[in-house]
Ligand binder design. Structure first.
Ligand SMILES: [Zn+2]
Ligand SMILES: [Zn+2]
Length: 363
């Protein structure tokens, strides 16, 4: 369909020609003037579509280059046509275009399509203890979230006894003239009923939302790594106009421990052992997150040796066999040597063991 021929125009038509042709044809085929005439209604629609493109310099240029897509969805004129306002004919020079005539209607139609909005997400940083990081748990945290207003159940309006609509004075309809035509349409404010049965909710300023402090329980899975991000579904801000609530995102920081370190599912701890315990072997107590356990240090244990305490690392709730271990790193320490007897014994030890412990550094 050639848009120029729809408007009875030559491709060289000026913008003013387009306006004039559009006004002339839109009046001729307007459904209000041709009630029940389906052919006229179809022509009216074509005229409108053609004008949407040719009346817009940028879109007309695209069309001329053969690039135009489908015309933008045309808004159906749902207004009632009352007749011509002949007093306005004199202002024909101002040539209100059809788009301008219907500007109110078009805008209202666009505004009426109000989709529910999903609530915004909330971000939160939270510290947990080393033990909570290992074992997991449920940690309560206080958040301030936008909740659905209790007074209006999120609607933003509350029911009131019917009062006359202030916009239309109780008439239920607005009457207005554009260009040469006079129209009526149902009052926007009261939906045509002439009275109002609801008023803006004062509790929430008609937003339908209220800020509220709330305690949310965050479930920490066992073995969570520091900087992990957890999501608590539906605990973000409430949505507006019935939209779903956003989510709550919690970034976890696991606090370090005074003596334990973590590496994946394994825990590490450094345990001092006196020189004689390391040399002769000993049964010592080592700390675990579950309390002290007994550990056998074999005779001749060198400094830096790592001994394993099975199952005392990070637990695995799903698979007990996958639980981590506790690694005990032996640190050999020399107790203070003060008395002469101890010194004599160590001299004796040196005589019996004339080993150069630094030989490997020079070979
Ligand atoms: Zn009204
Ligand atoms: Zn409210």
């Amino acid at each position: 369909m050639d848009l120029y021929s729809v408007l009875d125009l030559m491709p060289a038509a000026t913008p003013a020609d387009v306006e004039r042709a559009y006004l002339r044809l839109a009046r001729r085929y307007h459904p209000g003037i041709n009630p029940g005439d389906r052919l006229a209604a179809e022509r009216f629609r074509q005229v409108q579509e053609a004008y949407e493109v040719l009346g817009d310099p940028a879109r007309r240029q695209q069309y001329d280059r053969g690039q135009h897509g489908r015309p933008v969805a045309t808004v159906e004129a749902t207004i009632a046509f009352e007749g011509f306002d002949f007093s306005a004919m004199a202002q024909g020079a101002e040539a209100a275009t059809f788009s301008e005539m219907f500007a109110d209607v078009f805008q209202d139609a666009a505004r009426r399509v109000i989709a529910p909005d999903r609530g915004a997400s909330l971000e939160l940083a939270m510290q947990v203890s080393f033990e909570e990081g290992v074992r997991g748990g449920a940690v309560p945290v206080s958040v301030v979230r936008q909740e659905r207003c209790a007074a209006c159940a999120g609607a933003g309006v509350v029911a009131v006894a019917p009062v006359a609509c202030p916009a239309c004075g109780g008439q239920g309809a607005a009457r207005w003239a554009r260009g040469h035509m006079v129209f009526t349409k149902a009052c926007e404010r009261c939906g045509g009923s002439g009275h109002m049965t609801s008023a803006a909710c004062r509790a929430c300023g008609s937003s339908g939302l209220q800020a509220r402090s709330e305690v949310v329980t965050v479930r920490i899975p066992p073995g969570i790594e520091t900087h992990a991000r957890l999501v608590v579904p539906g605990r973000g801000h409430a949505g507006s106009r019935g939209g779903a609530a956003g989510d709550l995102y919690v970034t976890i920081e696991v606090r370090p421990h005074a003596i334990f370190r973590r590496d994946g599912r394994d825990l590490h701890v450094t345990v001092p052992v006196a020189i004689h315990e390391a040399a002769l072997g000993a049964k010592i107590e080592v700390p675990t997150l579950d309390g002290p356990v007994s550990l056998r240090v074999p005779p001749g244990t060198a400094a830096g040796t790592r001994l394993r305490v099975r199952g005392h690392g990070v637990p695995s709730p799903d698979n007990p066999d996958a639980a981590g271990d506790l690694w005990v790193e032996i640190q050999v320490v020399l107790p203070p040597v003060r008395d002469e007897r101890s010194k004599a014994l160590l001299r004796e030890f040196a005589r019996l063991n004339p080993v150069d412990v630094r030989a490997h550094l020079f070979s």
